[in-house]
Design a protein around this ligand. Structure first.
Ligand code: ZN
Length: 63
């Protein structure tokens, strides 16, 4: 255990080593991260719409 690596984080986008106080290395990665979050949110919203539509169809068929 001669070469102990100092505490550090890795950028969530490009996996580059960064200080522990940071989660992303650059503005470019921050933008990519924001875009990823937006995409995730949209996917989730779409899933919910599909579930609600499915329930609505079942409801109407049963009546
Ligand atoms: Zn990065």
């Amino acid at each position: 255990m001669a070469n102990t690596i100092p505490p550090h984080n890795h950028c969530m986008i490009c996996m580059k080593a960064i200080p522990t106080s940071e989660t992303l290395c650059s503005d470019e990665c921050k933008q990519k991260y924001q875009a990823m979050l937006k995409k995730k949110k949209l996917t989730l919203l779409f899933l919910w719409i599909m579930i609600i539509a499915f329930i609505a169809v079942l409801f109407f068929v049963n009546i």
